[in-house]
Ligand binder design. Structure first.
Ligand SMILES: C[S@@+](CC[C@H](N)C(=O)[O-])C[C@H]1O[C@@H](n2cnc3c(N)ncnc32)[C@H](O)[C@@H]1O
Length: 308
């Protein structure tokens, strides 16, 4: 084997090993959140040493080298900036400050990814990946569609939102996790696309969760009546504090209330083509019966393809 091939093979192996241990990065972030590291570092006000961090977290001194290792890894991943650490220094002497990414792991802000992170790594979402190979080998019993997915195979035939209904921790995390994204999204939506709401009298936020985006639209446009439509497990019992906002329990596959505009954010991407067509047909029906002209607004998801 020539030296060039050997180097290429070593690099390819490095990448494969990277993938085999990819979960360590996820687990490092999850451990940091469990230990409350992001909040403590962020609130410290100045760079915090590993010793100070260990005392704040009430971690035994004997564990300091492991805490230091975890912090270096998280710094490498971009969550912290490491200061005053030179080659050969004792790792426990380093101090750390928080980056913007770290802020997303602190739960006490309206926008954060803390709940989302835990949700994404819950066995309920991870387990279906373990049966992906078995699922793909298995010929579909009926027509392939939203019911026929590895998720359903791992969960006794249930779909994601049926599991959210039946497993309270999952439903709670799904609502909280999407609320946070929607809070940030609503700022960008109103700043960049506010003109699309001008002139509307009514809008229905289909699959609108607890109404984070609708609340922002209702506040920015008091002349628009916003209806948040979602499943019973999400909106039943929710009361609006805004006069131009209400909640309705509705299955979007069955009916969408008549309005000037239907708003779909992060909804179509959850479903297969056939289901999306059903939702869009209901949306069309809802807006064509309105006098406001009618429009369907959706937040698209674009997958950028890497081309060689
Ligand atoms: C990924 S979340 C998006 C929530 C919200 N639009 C956002 O962007 O934050 C999808 C939402 O669709 C709702 N949903 C799922 N099936 C539904 C159905 N059949 N009818 C109405 N809403 C549904 C879920 O309960 C969930 O709140």
């Amino acid at each position: 084997m020539d030296s060039e091939t050997a180097i290429q093979l070593l690099e390819a192996q490095r990448q494969v090993w990277d993938h085999s241990f990819a979960y360590i990065k996820t687990m490092a972030v999850q451990s940091a959140m469990e230990l409350d590291i992001p909040r403590v570092v962020q609130n410290h006000g100045k760079p915090i040493t590993v010793g100070e961090l260990g005392s704040a977290l009430k971690i035994a001194r004997a564990r300091a080298p492991f805490l230091a290792r975890l912090m270096r890894m998280l710094a490498h991943m971009g969550y912290f900036v490491v200061e005053n650490l030179k080659d050969g220094d004792d790792e426990t002497a380093a101090s750390y400050s928080a980056t913007l990414m770290c802020g997303f792991l602190v739960k006490d802000k309206p926008f954060n990814a803390a709940t989302w992170f835990v949700l994404a790594n819950d066995p309920i979402l991870v387990d279906p990946w373990r049966s992906f190979g078995a699922w793909i080998r298995q010929p579909p019993a009926g027509a392939a569609g939203a019911e026929d997915l590895p998720f359903a195979m791992a969960h006794n035939g249930k779909k994601l939102y049926e599991v959210c209904r039946d497993v309270p921790r999952m439903g709670k995390m799904m609502s909280e996790g999407t609320e946070s994204d929607s809070w940030m999204f609503s700022k960008a939506l109103l700043a960049k696309c506010g003109s699309h709401f001008q002139g509307l009298k009514s809008i229905v936020d289909v699959g609108g969760n607890t109404g984070t985006i609708s609340k922002a639209i209702a506040e920015a446009f008091p002349g628009i009546h916003c209806t948040v439509c979602d499943l019973a497990q999400v909106v039943s019992g929710l009361e609006s504090t805004q006069p131009n906002l209400n909640y309705v329990v509705e299955d979007m596959f069955q009916k969408i209330p008549p309005v000037d505009a239907v708003f779909l954010k992060w909804v179509l991407c959850d479903w297969g083509d056939e289901s999306c067509v059903k939702i869009l047909k209901q949306a069309k029906e809802a807006v064509t019966s309105s006098k406001g002209g009618g429009k369907v607004m959706r937040q698209p998801f674009r997958v950028e393809e890497k081309r060689a």
